[in-house]
Design a protein. Structure first.
Length: 268
């Protein structure tokens, strides 16, 4: 019986917050990405590789911030959902616009890189094995712009400017630092070219502007006039009987007559 009541409460909670369905966009994006990534070939992709990439060493320890990125996405969705409708909708718009822009670019202009190190360079310790596992989950295609960089940037922007965390000093310091680590991780574990990072950072600017100024301006989430709370009245005044219209008219007449009567000392 308790399980049924709990289920009903959960069902009611989410039915009142149907904007949670925005998360279904992730299904579309993930399917689109992996179908594209698995179907592309080297011949069909443009190589992203500049001289600066060769000067960046392979550092397997950067795999930690790279992997924590997935938890960063989950945290952004969960925290905003349970704190504010506007924060959640804004976060979804930032993330899904980034995903949409990147996946369209991957489709129209497929890219790849050729910088993954040899097996003995990757290493066989804990960190090296994680890097090796990442390499095995996807091909080195669909890399420009870097989704890791784009989402890290827009999530940080969304958290810093969220109603619930605005002005939070820890968020202002920790989130940008982590975002920089994510951007560095993409090139240090040889998952991306530095060009992908620059492209991602540049694209985040119009995405943030469109989200905050066009799609989710604050006025769109302001309460409507008919839903504003009624002004509070003093409970002590509610017990005082107000005269009806007839009584009010008589009282008004009496006050008028009294005001016309001469005061003492005014008689001629």
């Amino acid at each position: 019986m308790e399980d049924i009541k709990t289920f009903d409460k959960v069902k009611k909670y989410f039915s009142e917050r149907k904007y949670v369905l925005l998360l279904l966009f992730w299904v579309v994006h993930v399917v689109w990405y992996f179908v594209l990534n698995s179907s592309l070939t080297d011949e069909a992709c443009h190589l992203m590789h500049i001289s600066l990439d060769d000067k960046i060493p392979y550092v397997k320890y950067f795999v930690i911030p790279y992997v924590l990125w997935y938890g960063y996405i989950a945290f952004a969705h969960i925290w905003t959902f349970f704190h504010s409708k506007r924060d959640f909708v804004v976060m979804c718009c930032l993330i899904f616009l980034s995903n949409l822009v990147s996946i369209l670019i991957f489709t129209i202009y497929p890219t790849m890189h050729d910088m993954r190190p040899a097996e003995d360079v990757i290493g066989y310790d804990f960190f090296g094995n994680i890097v090796r596992w990442l390499y095995g989950t996807e091909n080195p295609y669909c890399i420009m712009p870097s989704e890791h960089c784009m989402l890290a940037i827009v999530i940080t922007v969304g958290l810093i400017f969220s109603d619930g965390l605005k002005g939070n000093l820890f968020v202002k310091i920790a989130c940008p630092i982590y975002t920089v680590l994510v951007m560095l991780s993409t090139v240090f574990i040889k998952q991306h070219s530095i060009v992908d990072v620059f492209a991602a950072a540049a694209l985040c600017v119009p995405i943030c502007l469109v989200t905050y100024l066009v799609i989710c301006p604050k006025k769109r989430f302001a309460p409507k006039a008919d839903t504003l709370p009624e002004p509070e009245t003093d409970p002590a005044l509610e017990d005082i009987e107000q005269p009806d219209e007839a009584e009010a008219e008589v009282l008004s007449t009496e006050e008028s007559i009294e005001s016309d009567e001469p005061l003492d000392g005014d008689e001629e």
